[in-house]
Design a protein around this ligand. Structure first.
Ligand code: SF4
Length: 235
């Protein structure tokens, strides 16, 4: 697989982080509070699938695992686009091996789809817009007619917490920037040699890096690939 939205966001924070994800993921250390936040985000995302009523979910797992089968998900998505399914969740797309799975696509009055990226956060962040823009870029290259782009924030009303905020203009404006970097990140992910990136501000901004012990030479134990795949949120 080429670059996923997670790869893109992590690679733009630090190329070495992307490379380690591909070549040495056993050295990740995810703090329990981070894992709890990721789990809460996944729960919020699962509930948001029903925010527009009945929906079709595209998630397909490899037999006997909790690992998404991206190719089968993309095939299933194409089928539902052809059928004109009104609400498609985890809609998967592959373009030159680059991949995204959009949280929610909702059919609009122009015959295309509006895209909703769900974030379990009360406020908008720059990273959310970049994340959604990456997916917009992939869907555009897959010739999906995307109309408006929204981030669904966690609003104050717990009875109905899904609060869409439109970011179409910002997402469209980021397309050239994504195209400028996605192919370099593909090369970094595939290269044999570990990038010689020194620790710096990128280790904590915008997110705390999970390889800090490795890069400081402290980490020696390992976990299995299956544990890693089970832990990391969907791409
Ligand atoms: S600890 Fe810092 S240098 Fe090492 S991979 Fe993470 S961000 Fe990059």
């Amino acid at each position: 697989m080429g670059i996923t939205k997670t790869d893109f966001m992590r690679g733009m924070q630090c190329p070495k982080m992307l490379w380690l994800d591909r070549h040495k993921p056993q050295f990740r250390v995810i703090p329990p509070e981070t894992q709890a936040r990721l789990d809460a985000g996944n729960d919020f995302g699962d509930k948001a699938m029903a925010m527009f009523g009945p929906y079709e979910e595209m998630t397909v797992y490899r037999p006997g695992t909790a690992i998404p089968d991206k190719k089968k998900m993309a095939q299933k998505t194409q089928l539902h686009l052809l059928l004109g399914t009104p609400v498609i969740c985890e809609a998967a797309f592959i373009n030159y091996n680059n991949y995204c799975a959009a949280d929610i696509l909702k059919k609009n009055e122009n015959g295309g789809y509006d895209f909703y990226e769900v974030k379990n956060s009360p406020e908008m962040k720059e990273q959310f817009i970049k994340d959604a823009a990456f997916q917009y870029y992939i869907m555009n290259r897959c010739r999906v007619k995307i109309g408006r782009v929204f981030i669904v924030l966690h609003g104050p009303d717990e009875e109905n917490p899904f609060l869409p905020a439109e970011i179409t203009r910002e997402a469209v404006a980021l397309v050239p920037w994504i195209n400028d970097h996605i192919w370099d990140l593909n090369n970094i992910k595939k290269q044999k040699n570990e990038p010689d990136t020194r620790p710096g501000n990128q280790c904590t901004c915008p997110y705390e890096c999970w390889y800090r012990e490795y890069c400081s030479g402290e980490r020696t134990d390992t976990v299995t690939q299956e544990q890693i795949r089970m832990t990391i949120p969907g791409e």
